[in-house]
Write a protein that binds this ligand. Structure first.
Ligand code: ZN
Length: 197
C-alpha cells in the first residue's frame, strides 16, 4: 500500500516536471537578460528604477512598490521558460504597474469601498465580502490590460514587437498580477491588447 503510494507520487513528479524540459533550452533566459531588459527599458521609460529578485514564489512574477523603489520578485523556473524578448515584456508589464500607480489606486479604491482608513484594513474587510471583492477584481483586470498596453508601447518604441509567439506563450495563463488582489484577465483579452494594430 505504502509503496504504491510512493510509486504514484513518483509518476506525478515526472508528469509535473516533464513540461519544464520541453522548451528549447538554448533560448532560455537568464539574469543577464533581466539586467539587459532594465537598461533597455530605461531608454524609453523616464526615471525607471527597478530591482529584481529571483526567488521561488507562488506567483510567476509580481511587483511591490516600496518607498525605497520598486521590487520585482520573479520565479527562476518562470524565467527559464522565457526568451529574452519575453523577459523584456514581463519586466515592462510589471514596471507599468508601478509607473501607472496601480497598487496605490487599488488601495484607495479598497478604502473607499470598505470605508476603512488604511488599505490593509480595507483588503481584510473586503476579503469577507464577495460582491465588493468582485468590484476590486474588475478594477484589477483592467489594470492588467493597461499594463499590457503600456508594455507593448514601450517595446514598440525600442523596436521590439510584443505580439509574437514567444511573448504570448510567456503570458499564457499567467498570474503576473498585483499581489493584493488574486485576479487577472484571460489570455484572449490580453492578446487582443498586445496584438492590437
Ligand atoms: Zn500584471
Amino acid at each position: 500500500m505504502r509503496s504504491a503510494r510512493v510509486k504514484a507520487l513518483g509518476c506525478l513528479w515526472i508528469l509535473c516536471l516533464g513540461p519544464l524540459f520541453s522548451y528549447p533550452s538554448a533560448q532560455a533566459a537568464s539574469r543577464t537578460d533581466i539586467d539587459h531588459a532594465i537598461v533597455q527599458l530605461g531608454k524609453t521609460v523616464p526615471n525607471m528604477k527597478l530591482e529584481v529578485e529571483l526567488t521561488k514564489t507562488w506567483s510567476r512574477a509580481y511587483v511591490s512598490d516600496r518607498i525605497e523603489g520598486a521590487l520585482l520578485t520573479m520565479d527562476p523556473d518562470f524565467l527559464n521558460r522565457l526568451t529574452p524578448d519575453g523577459v523584456l515584456f514581463v519586466i515592462a508589464h510589471e514596471y507599468a504597474h508601478v509607473h501607472l500607480e496601480h497598487q496605490k489606486k487599488l488601495g484607495l479604491k479598497a478604502m473607499e469601498l470598505a470605508g476603512m482608513p488604511t488599505p490593509d484594513m480595507a483588503f481584510d474587510a473586503i476579503e469577507r465580502n464577495p460582491t465588493t471583492m468582485e468590484k476590486l477584481h474588475a478594477m484589477n483586470r483592467q489594470f492588467e490590460l493597461d499594463a499590457d498596453e503600456a508594455a507593448t508601447k514601450w517595446l514598440a518604441s525600442l523596436g521590439v514587437i510584443a505580439c509574437t509567439e514567444d511573448v504570448l506563450r510567456s503570458i499564457d495563463g499567467a498570474d503576473m498580477m498585483m499581489p493584493v488582489v488574486p485576479s487577472h484577465p484571460g489570455y484572449y483579452s490580453r492578446r487582443e491588447v498586445i496584438c492590437r494594430k
